[in-house]
Design a binder for this molecule. Structure first.
Ligand SMILES: NC(=O)c1ccc[n+]([C@@H]2O[C@H](COP(=O)([O-])OP(=O)(O)OC[C@H]3O[C@@H](n4cnc5c(N)ncnc54)[C@H](OP(=O)(O)O)[C@@H]3O)[C@@H](O)[C@H]2O)c1
Length: 259
């Protein structure tokens, strides 16, 4: 299927690893010109270099922190009014919600809520003028089934979800869609770290933890980042122009609810 987005320009945040990288790769494979953002310069440069060898889309990169206001301004300037925006950052720390202080909360809101809102607001008007825009926010399956030790993530991502719900309807008539992608458990470096931390804090082996986590997933496997990338590329396509304001779960059937 031709996605109809070859030659479009995308800004993909958190793009040097995992799910963001998979999205950047899927878009570049469709001929989209991609600006990849992450904090670490070395990995970005290596990943972008490999993509430039393999993909029809031109790939550029910028080392910047989406949780930093000055960096966000630089990102928006470098992206120069993208047609496609993917917001993403590392998840906030896990832990006992009683021990979180105001500083922890402000950092989580900055990284996983306000950063995305500011990038969306900085990109929307040009998308509206062009009558085409696709915005995706990587959030989490925990938005639909929050757990206590991920309180920072639950709170910040719920705030972003609420913002998107209103704005998506406001801009839909102008050809701009905004959706949230909710990853379940995907095989990325971050998931490996989560398993290792869990193993350390419980005195169990990583294999033991992985077996337990796998039991929660009807698909009996973790998600593959390329599956996430392909779904995102479709949602950025011309064909997805009637899908907006949605929270799309990719979790191998883990969420048991009807809606
Ligand atoms: N993988 C899963 O199973 C899963 C499940 C639920 C939710 N999620 C959420 O999905 C998001 C992506 O997860 P992932 O598994 O793809 O993680 P990952 O493999 O660790 O990749 C995270 C990417 O984001 C970049 N990044 C992190 N913080 C950033 C910041 N402040 N500014 C700019 N770039 C930043 C990282 O590069 P630098 O470190 O160099 O900046 C890296 O490129 C996270 O928010 C995570 O909590 C993932």
């Amino acid at each position: 299927m031709d996605l109809g987005i070859s030659g479009r320009r995308a800004l993909v945040c958190g793009a040097s690893s995992g799910l963001g990288r998979a999205i950047a790769e899927a878009l570049a494979a469709e001929g989209v010109n991609v600006l990849m953002v992450a904090r670490g310069r070395e990995r970005l440069e290596a990943v972008a270099g490999a993509m430039n060898e393999e993909s029809p889309g031109a790939v550029e990169w910028l080392a910047a922190d989406v949780a930093n206001g000055t960096d966000r301004a630089a990102i928006l300037k470098a992206a120069n009014s993208p047609d496609i925006l993917v917001t993403n950052a590392g998840g906030p720390p896990v832990g006992d919600y009683r021990k979180l202080d105001r500083k922890d909360w402000l950092a989580a809101l900055e990284g996983n809520m306000l950063s995305a809102i500011e990038l969306i607001n900085g990109s929307l008007d040009a998308m509206i003028d062009r009558a085409f825009g696709r915005i995706l926010n990587i959030t989490s399956h925990m938005v639909k089934s929050p757990v206590a030790h991920l309180s920072l993530s639950n709170g910040a991502r719920a705030g972003l979800t609420g913002f998107v719900a209103g704005v998506a309807r406001d801009v839909m008539a102008h050809g701009v869609t905004i959706n949230n992608l909710l990853p379940g458990q995907f095989s990325t470096p971050r998931l490996q770290v989560i398993h290792e931390n869990f193993a350390k804090s419980t005195g169990r082996t990583v294999e033991n933890i992985q077996t337990e986590f796998l039991r929660q997933i009807p698909a009996n496997r973790f998600g593959r980042p390329e599956e996430f990338g392909a779904t995102a590329a479709f949602l950025c396509s011309l064909h997805a122009g009637f899908i907006t304001g949605q929270n799309i779960l990719l979790d191998g059937g883990q969420y048991p609810g009807l809606l």
